[in-house]
Design a protein around this ligand. Structure first.
Ligand SMILES: NC(=O)c1ccc[n+]([C@@H]2O[C@H](COP(=O)([O-])OP(=O)(O)OC[C@H]3O[C@@H](n4cnc5c(N)ncnc54)[C@H](OP(=O)(O)O)[C@@H]3O)[C@@H](O)[C@H]2O)c1
Length: 342
């Protein structure tokens, strides 16, 4: 197989100037980022060396986790964004030149070198994706793996469990509730930021009991939705929602900590659980996890998840925005709902 770089494949903007667009962080905002904190600019695209590939990105996933990397928070399981550097993030793209036998031109790949038009790196940093396995190419960025790790590994879900998912209308929460059901949960409860939003996981995603987390004390709403308590909490939010879960959870309950939306999207102090005596008294397990955990199970789960998607068994909702600079931004539930006025 000829893996040498062909000039004809180094085409378009890149072929002329050896540059491509990339998004850089200019300043660390104290609150949500403003336009002046970021810039989209031309950055150099090196020719791939031996063992490397050149990928043209097609889809980039915008995730709330970026906010913590922009803020430069410490204690995260991944490096923060550095000022002046192009940001990284999940993306899907097409190989346009390869100098490694493992990938060929035209391959669809996922990787973490997003926020740029072209990515050049060692072939091992790209994961080849079977185009036919997904309903659409962008679907290969769907949030299936994190809910699986959180529910099955961190929370050790058992058939018959009652599960509470905070931020259930978000990309991860929506998948977590559906995955919990497929894995045998008998009752799935979800919170969302408005009554209309809470109707979405109940109607289309099959959650049993939704509640609006702004409708009075969250602990009261959770108790109403789970009169027999909860066994598992898949927590995307932290703060008052996590405190409520700890109050309502049954003895030996398990809490998978997925995210901290209450402080990712708003500045200010975290109003999370203070007194952890009930964690001790009720013998609760509280465990954080990341997408890099338990990768030995990824192939098996990936095959199952793709089958769910193809069969339409699992509902995946996404919004694709084209900003006209070649790379399409895949924005998931949060902006979709805001645009819908919910
Ligand atoms: N551990 C991992 O491996 C892993 C992997 C992927 C994602 N995550 C984390 O999982 C969480 C969810 O990610 P996602 O991609 O599903 O997000 P998303 O689709 O963007 O959903 C975000 C949702 O957050 C809720 N929200 C926004 N501000 C909030 C606030 N101040 N308090 C409470 N809720 C707020 C909104 O829902 P409502 O209006 O309904 O509240 C919104 O729909 C994030 O924390 C993310 O960083 C973790």
């Amino acid at each position: 197989m000829d893996t040498s770089l062909k000039s004809t494949t180094f085409s378009g903007r890149c072929g002329i100037s050896r540059t491509g667009l990339g998004a850089r962080l200019l300043a660390r905002p104290e609150d949500l980022p403003a336009p002046g904190d970021l810039e989209i600019t031309e950055v150099a695209v090196p020719r791939p060396a031996s063992g490397q590939v050149l990928v043209r990105n097609l889809f980039m996933s915008l995730d709330p986790g970026m906010l913590m990397l922009i803020a430069g928070e410490s204690g995260l399981p991944m490096p923060r964004y550095e000022l002046g550097e192009v940001m990284y993030g999940d993306a899907a793209g097409e190989v346009v030149a390869s100098r490694d036998p493992s990938l060929v031109e035209g391959d669809l790949v996922t990787h973490r070198l997003g926020r740029r038009e072209y990515a050049v790196a060692q072939a091992g940093l790209f994961r080849r994706v079977d185009r036919d396995a997904y309903p659409t190419p962008s679907t290969c960025l769907a949030s299936g793996w994190s809910p699986n790790v959180g529910l099955m590994e961190a929370a050790e879900l058992w058939p018959g469990d009652t599960v509470f998912v905070s931020s259930a209308a978000g990309a991860t929460g929506a998948m977590a509730g559906q995955t919990a059901r497929f894995k045998g949960a008998t009752r799935v409860i979800g919170s969302a930021g408005s009554r209309d939003k809470a109707a979405y996981p109940t109607g289309r995603l099959g959650f049993d009991a939704p509640f609006d987390c702004h409708d009075g004390p969250i602990v009261d709403r959770l108790r109403e939705a789970a009169p027999d308590g909860i066994d598992v909490c898949f927590d995307n939010v932290g703060g008052e929602q996590l405190s409520a879960a700890i109050e309502v959870i049954n003895p030996h309950g398990r809490i998978a900590v997925c995210g901290a939306l209450n402080r990712q999207s708003t500045a200010g102090p975290d109003s999370g659980p203070g007194d952890l005596l009930s964690v001790l008294g009720e013998r609760l397990a509280v465990r954080g996890f990341t997408t890099g955990d338990h990768l030995e199970r990824a192939a098996e789960f990936g095959a199952q998840f793709r089958a769910w998607l193809r069969e339409g068994a699992i509902v995946h909702y996404e919004v694709v925005l084209d900003y006209g600079w070649g790379v399409v931004i895949l924005v998931r539930a949060v902006i979709a709902f805001q645009r819908a006025g919910l």
